[in-house]
Design a protein around this ligand. Structure first.
Ligand code: BG6
Ligand code: MG
Length: 216
């Protein structure tokens, strides 16, 4: 990384808030109803992965007509949206809101780069929509993570070059997308999941932006 860092792109699920449990419960409910094999271990593979790609991972090669797949994905999403009704500001991870406010006050551009088509709804419930200069979500681009498209779209909307941006991600597919976009990559989570990132923190509260600015 040679250029000066001017902006940060935050993944949402797993970095700003922990909705993974709600995604898990919603897929589990659908899987139980449709007799599909599913458990927490499989759920771990769905981090950062789009809704339809997630269903394909669960189906594990099982052939299902497209119409039925759409109905199943829609049903899972309806369960997930019910859970979202319960989330509030209290569901922001650790001191993430203070960290975002500090970065904003220091003049950095801030974006959300999430695979979720529910990202705006989640941000609204967390009451932090306005902190971000732009929101790139599952509706913004065609190619999902690990393709770099979503993060490149966010950088463009921020008016920044990819090399001026740092991505924070909790998913392997997201770290790969950040690297493919030629951006700084900060992993949040265990080494075995996000170890390919330039810098890794195990928890949100450990993220040190002074260190990131020094090291990337
Ligand atoms: C990501 C989650 O943020 O969004 C994935 O990590 C999820 O687990 C994906 O599948 C898509 O979310 P949605 O809300 O569009 O179904
Ligand atoms: Mg995530």
């Amino acid at each position: 990384m040679t250029k000066k860092i001017k902006g940060f792109i935050f993944d949402l699920d797993g970095v700003i808030t922990d909705t993974a449990e709600y995604h898990y419960k919603s897929w589990q409910k659908l899987a139980d109803e449709e007799n599909l094999f599913f458990n927490r271990e499989i759920n771990e593979q769905l981090r950062g992965v789009s809704r339809m790609d997630s269903l394909d991972i669960i189906l594990n090669g099982k052939e299902v007509p497209a119409e039925k797949k759409k109905e199943w994905a829609d049903r899972k999403n309806a369960y997930y949206q019910d859970y979202l009704e319960e989330i509030s500001k209290d569901d922001i991870l650790d001191d993430m809101e203070a960290k975002l406010n500090k970065l904003k006050a220091d003049g950095f551009k801030l974006a959300v780069g999430s695979s979720s088509r529910n990202a705006r709804k989640v941000l609204k419930h967390l009451q932090i929509t306005d902190i971000f200069d732009t929101i790139a979500d599952g509706n913004s681009v065609e190619n999902a993570k690990p393709a770099p498209d979503l993060f490149l779209h966010a950088a463009k909307n921020l008016g920044l070059e990819p090399e001026e941006c740092v991505v924070l991600e909790d998913a392997e597919s997201g770290v790969e997308a950040a690297l493919a976009a030629n951006m700084g990559a900060v992993g949040v989570g265990p080494e075995e999941r996000v170890g390919k990132a330039h810098l890794v923190y195990s928890k949100v509260r450990d993220i040190d932006f002074d260190e990131i600015l020094k090291k990337l």
